[in-house]
Design a binder for this molecule. Structure first.
Ligand code: PMP
Length: 414
């Protein structure tokens, strides 16, 4: 690539600085469907596209009172700079949350507070990825992680999954092939619970197998678990990190269990990596927001937060059920993966259909979704669609699926 090819040309605007951008910014491409999503945010469009938590279900008076208590009791600290690792009080509380995922051997010292888990993904990528390094990821995987790894010029190699999550044999084969090609493998990025977007959960047996393989091959596991506590029936199996403390960086977040606007997440990492993560936080943002960490701390102190998360589970389960029922009614000819928790249903189309090409038509028909192509680094996903049920009410979900069925059936008749 020559420098003249670098840099974003946004819309019709010519960017006079385009030849000055660093080469890695070539990976910072805006999503092709971004413009359509702007249209899709109009109220008449039923959006099954975004992943916005339903924060209206939060007990507003409790948040308000946590906020006041925070200002009253910790105002001067909250308004001040803090340390790069995050405030000890919130890190203590994070231990209680992770204990619910089976992680009981961690100490607050092992935790680094971040500005959401997206920030943690960026920090880990910054620490580990040189141009050309390989990141292994599920097939499909989280669009935001793919974008971040790409921005560090990594190569993302997808590994197949099925209803029990990542397939260990496929992982072994990919590692062997990539090693034979002389590639440098840095880490396996996985979302074991209620995968975004694949909707599957990795079984406990697979977790143990995947860990064993990565240990043997000296490949770090980056376990991203923002949805684990949002299960609809049985709790998800224990985190991979609960099985091993030395080969796993575990990422958690308050975004889905409390509020994404607070931008508080965390990384739990082996000691040496944790030290590097703190340095990386300091070099990029000095410290995560003390203010927001104190809001979270006071909220967790004052509220019955486990009850509040159970409330979220009930809201999302009802919406998952509405999505399933509407798909059974309106699109019985298609297959989909309905999740046992989290926010997303993964719908498979027939070969005549193309999810990306169909999207403008869907938006005209007042329904939006995310085409499967967003979740692959290698151009796959044309016959797949991610449907989010987290934000729209059950009635809107039913309306959205009915509209989507009209679009799909209309395309098939063409
Ligand atoms: N990982 C996954 C799998 C996600 O779905 C998201 C949000 N959509 C994130 C990380 C980032 O979340 P946050 O930065 O809000 O914690």
């Amino acid at each position: 690539m020559t420098s003249g090819e670098r840099g974003p040309q946004t819309g019709r605007t010519f960017d006079p600085w385009y030849s000055s951008y660093a080469e890695r910014t070539a990976g910072l491409a805006a999503s092709e469907v971004r413009a359509l999503f702007a249209v899709a945010s109009r109220p008449e469009v039923v959006s099954l596209a975004g992943g916005m938590p339903y924060v209206k279900a939060l007990p507003e008076e409790l948040i308000d009172s946590a906020f006041r208590a925070m200002m009253r009791e910790h105002g001067s600290e909250a308004l001040q700079y803090g340390g790069g690792q995050g405030i000890p009080e919130v890190r203590e509380q994070i231990l209680q949350i992770m204990a619910l995922e089976g992680i009981v051997d961690a100490s607050p010292d092992d935790i680094v507070t971040t500005t959401g888990s997206q920030h943690a993904l960026d920090l880990v990528a910054k620490l580990f990825l040189d141009p050309g390094d390989v990141v292994l990821a599920e097939s499909p995987s989280y669009v935001g992680a793919i974008g971040t790894f790409r921005s560090y010029q990594a190569q993302i190699v997808h590994v197949d999954l099925d209803d029990d999550g990542l397939i260990p044999e496929a992982l072994e084969q990919s590692i062997a092939r990539l090693r034979a090609e002389g590639k440098t493998l840095k880490f396996l990025y996985t979302i074991p619970n209620f995968n975004n977007p694949a909707a599957v959960t990795m079984s406990l047996e697979r977790r143990a197998r995947v860990l064993e393989i990565c240990k043997r091959e000296h490949i770090l596991i980056l376990e991203d678990n923002p949805y684990g506590l949002l299960y609809f029936g049985e709790p998800a199996p224990p985190a991979i990190r609960s099985l091993d403390a030395e080969h796993v960086i575990y990422l958690g977040s308050f975004s889905k269990i409390l509020s994404p606007g607070l931008r508080v997440g965390w990384a739990l990492a082996p000691h040496a990596i944790r030290e590097k993560l703190i340095l990386a936080v300091e070099s990029s943002i000095l410290s995560p927001s003390t203010f927001n960490q104190w809001v979270v701390t006071e909220y967790l102190r004052q509220s019955d937060w486990q009850q509040q998360i159970a409330g979220f589970r009930a809201v999302y389960k009802e919406r998952r059920d509405a999505m399933d029922q509407a798909l059974r009614e309106h699109l019985p000819q298609l297959s989909w993966t309905s999740p046992d928790g989290g926010f997303f249903t993964w719908l498979r189309l027939t070969p005549e259909l193309d999810s990306k090409e169909m999207l403008p038509r869907a938006v005209t028909e007042l329904v939006a979704y995310t085409p499967g192509t967003a979740f692959y680094a290698d151009g796959r996903g044309q016959q797949e669609i991610r449907l989010s049920f987290c934000y729209p009410t059950p009635d809107r979900i039913r309306l959205g699926v009915r509209r989507l069925a009209n679009v799909i059936n209309g395309e098939l008749e063409l």
